[in-house]
Ligand binder design. Structure first.
Ligand SMILES: NC(=O)C1=CN([C@@H]2O[C@H](COP(=O)(O)OP(=O)(O)OC[C@H]3O[C@@H](n4cnc5c(N)ncnc54)[C@H](O)[C@@H]3O)[C@@H](O)[C@H]2O)C=CC1
Ligand SMILES: O=C1[C@@H](O)[C@H](O)[C@@H](O)[C@H](O)[C@H]1O
Length: 343
């Protein structure tokens, strides 16, 4: 391994450009070796000022570029399966943005491909596991001080949705974070999902079912509700309150500045995830780079990505039918043991 881990970044859009900046300026131990984006101008813009980066429109070509030792996938979800399999074929460690693969069949193919390699190669970009507030909540729940968790109340609000956002993507793209966070916080699988649709907001694009109310059941009888509202207009808010037998704990309120002036006080609200979760993305990528340099892969894996895809798919079925839908996971392929959520 070279002194600095040479990373190929696939996709130079919002997340890709932010990860390129992070690899170049924030995380020590890595360098951006190559970037692929079908939009060549975008890729060039994202690497402006960084020396020695191979830029290409073809993702496969950059995986074979000199000095590439690891891959960060930040292309749109439908491109992830092909990119993951190409990285696996070359034995390269991967950090893949969520959703790992939108759709359970493709997600299972990725799990099976990695299992055939007999070693982990992929970390999935569920960055909330690296957020300081989520980590504090998990430690508290794991300590048992509040007794058993009975319910999680979650809210996930975006200022506005991208132009191509569909009603299904509120679950597949946005709620995928709560699906992973709930499994991780509770250490339980989600077993059923019911999606309810209040009347859509006038602020949402025509035809988009926004907001939605999603209710998950878990294997040991807890309930997780998620209000997802991706055109709320006023800010980026991600909240989670755990209600336990002997108390409750809430996160998501405390990363702001309070401005007092002219006889009043107001709190600033973050406008997007790149601000709210900046530290979490830094920790996530740093942890991936450090592990790759040790020859390891840690954090949420392909099984977590697969499970999120299955639960999201059940959620989309419920959104369309209005009924409760149960979650059916395939048997977990060896050598991914032990079964159950990664702790
Ligand atoms: N962890 C998080 O909080 C977030 C994760 N994401 C995820 O990051 C990924 C990218 O999302 P954004 O950056 O918001 O999208 P974006 O649309 O801003 O950028 C995607 C880029 O990928 C390029 N692209 C398209 N096909 C490609 C291919 N086959 N190979 C390489 N590049 C390709 C596009 O030209 C575009 O420049 C998605 O999986 C999304 O769900 C997005 C936002 C936040
Ligand atoms: O992953 C993300 C986006 O893809 C998704 O569209 C947003 O709703 C989330 O807040 C953000 O974290």
């Amino acid at each position: 391994m070279a002194e600095l881990l040479g990373v190929a970044v696939l996709g130079a859009g919002h997340m890709g450009a932010d990860h390129i900046r992070r690899l170049d300026r924030v995380v020590s131990g890595a360098r951006v070796a190559a970037v692929a984006d079908p939009d060549a101008e975008r890729a060039k813009e994202a690497v402006a000022g960084i020396d020695g980066v191979v830029v290409h429109t073809d993702p496969e070509a950059v995986l074979d570029a000199p000095g590439v030792e690891a891959v960060l996938i930040a292309s749109p979800g439908p491109a992830h399966e092909e990119a993951l399999l190409a990285a696996f074929a070359r034995g390269l460690p991967v950090l893949c943005e969520k959703p790992m693969v939108p759709g359970s069949e493709g997600a299972l193919r990725v799990v099976e491909a990695e299992a055939r390699l007999g070693r982990r190669l992929a970390q999935i970009g569920f960055m909330r596991r690296y957020d300081a507030e989520y980590q504090r909540l998990k430690s508290l729940l794991d300590s048992g001080r509040l007794g058993r968790p009975l319910m999680l109340h979650c809210a996930h609000r975006n200022v506005s949705s991208p132009p191509d956002f569909t009603s299904a993507m509120l679950i597949e793209s946005s709620v995928s974070h709560e699906i992973d966070a709930a499994r991780w916080l509770l250490g339980q699988e989600l077993t059923a999902v019911t999606v309810l649709r209040p009347q859509s907001s006038a602020g949402a694009p025509e035809g988009l079912a926004d907001p939605q109310f999603v209710l998950f059941e878990t294997e040991r009888g807890a309930l997780v509700d998620v209000e997802v509202f991706v055109n709320c207009g006023f800010g980026y808010q991600v909240r989670c309150e755990a209600v336990c037998e002997a108390g409750s704990a809430r996160i998501g309120d405390a990363h702001t500045m309070v401005v007092t002036a002219a006889g009043g006080a107001c709190e600033e609200v973050a406008q997007d995830y790149l601000v709210r979760f900046a530290d979490a993305y830094d920790r996530e990528v740093r942890s991936w780079v450090d592990a790759a340099r040790r020859g390891q892969v840690t954090g949420p894996g392909t099984w977590d990505g697969y499970t999120a895809a299955v639960v999201a798919e059940a959620g989309v079925r419920s959104l369309r039918s209005g009924s409760r839908v149960t979650v059916d996971l395939a048997p977990r392929p060896a050598p991914h043991t032990p079964a159950g959520p990664t702790r």
